[in-house]
Design a protein. Structure first.
Length: 134
């Protein structure tokens, strides 16, 4: 389940390769928010619990000034049928079509939709989800 997840307008799902630098994550999130026209929107970062030991994620969240919530695999699996993209590598490693998309959808809660499908660059991936009424 989500632990200490604040109420947000959009959920930003993050996936990354091991050792991904925070600068890559920050740049991708900034670009994704601009593309989705969500720059001045309350947001929170969500990712897979397996990423808890990634220092780049924690540093990126601090730089962005956004909370970072780690979600258990089962929570991500529950929304996996709503993911728009599929990575064979992520499927093989985690049994999920996309960490970024499933984290965004799960973080945004029931009835959420992808506002921006997965974007990837420099070892990081990002997706944005929100509720239909947002």
């Amino acid at each position: 389940m989500q632990l200490n997840a604040p109420q947000t307008t959009v959920a930003i799902g993050i996936g990354c390769k091991k050792g991904c630098p925070s600068e890559a994550i920050v740049a991708l999130v900034a670009r994704a928010l601009a593309v989705a026209s969500c720059l001045d929107t309350d947001a929170c970062l969500f990712t897979h619990a397996a990423k808890q030991n990634e220092p780049g994620l924690a540093k990126a969240a601090k730089t962005l000034g956004l909370p970072l919530v780690f979600l258990e695999a089962e929570v991500l699996r529950q929304v996996s049928s709503r993911a728009a993209t599929r990575s064979s590598k992520v499927m093989a490693l985690f049994g999920l079509p996309s960490i970024a998309e499933t984290a965004a959808l799960a973080g945004a809660g029931p009835g959420s939709v992808l506002l921006l499908a997965r974007m990837s660059e420099a070892g990081a991936s990002c997706a944005i989800a929100g509720r239909r009424d947002s």
